[in-house]
Design a protein around this ligand. Structure first.
Ligand SMILES: Cc1cc2nc3c(=O)[nH]c(=O)nc-3n(C[C@H](O)[C@H](O)[C@H](O)COP(=O)(O)OP(=O)(O)OC[C@H]3O[C@@H](n4cnc5c(N)ncnc54)[C@H](O)[C@@H]3O)c2cc1C
Length: 364
């Protein structure tokens, strides 16, 4: 059976579901979201979920992150309580020599409106008394925080469903062809879906989806392992570079990066290293029990920055893939909606275009 949609979004993580919701607010289009698994089966279900801004560099990238963080309070009002908390963010440094760098960061971020304070040890410990007295200082900003990624994706989907967006799960896209100007999308449930426009939001699998359209999307997969403590009485009030305490008292710790493809196992060496890092930052954690660990696969574009916009050479095909998708999802949903509905965006997406990776001969 062939079904027609105006827009098909491939991938229902935080990026695909955000785009679906924001598009659906326009109430003009028949939209389908296809996922090979369930909504949080990709990276969005295995993340730290900081809404993190202050030390994102270069500054234009920090600025984008700030715009997105500023949308979070409004998002909660529209789709429901996503448990977004603007806790303030602390990025400690352990060596005086890093202070110079921190001051440069603060100056550069100030130029785009991000307020970063460079704190000395006493000021940091006043803010977050559990941090180790061995730290030399920290950069700090009010703008940082975190969100519950499970609530976020669930509420994007529910809001989109209320606006008549359709979803199909456990239904991998196997092939994409273009015939007479329309996309023919073959899925495992043996439906052929016809679509006017396609948005690739496949997270770590974006490359494979690109190949179905004959397009090379230069992303790598980078595993991150997280350890989770037993629920502890609330004692960390800020989001701290490396860890955060969730609403239920668990502390999520980790910032490892390993290029091991799609392997989502956790490994003892990284778990031990992460636990050591945790105790270096917060000595009291040496008494906490670790109750679980998990890993997720980051999708990291070749130069580290998001790929967002049209897919050059394939008319009516679009892409949105990035690390820091939790931070960026409200902004990306907004910008992709502008792009699809109006053909232009309120923020220039030139820097984020897939075109930047293409050889001069491929640019069209
Ligand atoms: C350990 C770790 C910590 C992180 N911490 C943070 C953080 O603190 N803050 C932050 O902002 N970001 C963080 N990130 C990054 C963030 O989680 C990701 O950028 C974000 O989740 C990506 O969302 P996505 O929707 O693009 O991808 P995904 O959530 O992976 O969604 C992609 C979806 O596409 C589907 N799909 C793929 N191929 C197909 C196909 N052929 N057919 C149908 N469906 C398909 C998948 O099933 C999947 O559901 C972290 C990531 C990791 C791993």
């Amino acid at each position: 059976m062939t079904k027609y949609y105006d827009i098909v979004i491939i991938g229902c993580g935080v990026i695909g579901s955000s785009i679906a919701y924001h598009l659906s607010e326009q109430k003009q289009k028949d939209i389908l979201v296809v996922d090979k698994g369930f909504p949080l089966s990709g990276t969005s279900g295995s993340t730290q979920a900081w809404v993190w801004v202050h030390n994102k560099t270069p500054s234009w990238y920090g600025e984008l992150s700030m715009y997105s963080a500023e949308l979070y309070p409004f998002l909660g009002k529209k789709i429901g309580d996503v448990e977004y908390k603007r806790t303030g963010g602390i990025a400690p440094f352990f060596n005086e020599s890093e202070r110079e760098q921190a001051l440069k960061l603060a100056e550069a971020q100030a130029a785009v409106g991000i307020k970063v304070d460079v704190l000395n040890r006493d000021q940091v410990l006043q803010k977050e008394p559990s941090l180790s007295p061995s730290i030399a200082g920290a950069t700090y900003s009010d703008i940082d925080g975190n969100v519950n990624p499970f609530r976020l994706v669930e509420l994007y989907i529910k809001a989109a469903q209320r606006n008549h967006v359709q979803f199909t799960f456990y239904n991998p896209v196997l092939d994409i062809k273009k015939e007479k100007g329309l996309f023919k999308i073959l899925t495992k449930k043996e439906e052929t879906i016809t679509a006017d426009k396609v948005i690739v939001a496949g997270g770590p699998w974006t490359k494979e989806i690109g190949e179905m359209m004959g397009v090379h999307i230069p992303v790598k997969q980078v595993r991150g392992q997280i350890i989770v403590t037993e629920p502890l009485a609330p004692f960390l009030t800020h989001t701290i570079g490396g860890m955060r305490q969730a609403e239920n008292g668990e502390v999520l710790i980790g910032y490892s990066k390993e290029e091991v493809g799609y392997d989502r196992r956790t490994t003892l060496d990284v778990i031990q290293e992460t636990a050591r890092m945790a105790v270096d930052y917060v000595p009291a954690l040496d008494k906490a029990n670790v109750v679980r660990s998990f890993s997720g696969i980051r999708v990291i574009p070749k130069d580290g920055f998001p790929i967002v916009g049209t897919i050059p050479g394939v008319q009516n095909a679009f892409i949105a893939t990035m690390h820091s998708g939790i931070t960026l999802s409200p902004l990306i949903g907004t910008l992709m909606t502008e792009l699809l509905m109006e053909g232009e965006t309120s923020i220039d997406l030139g820097r984020l275009s897939l075109r930047r990776f293409m050889k001069a001969s491929e640019k069209i």
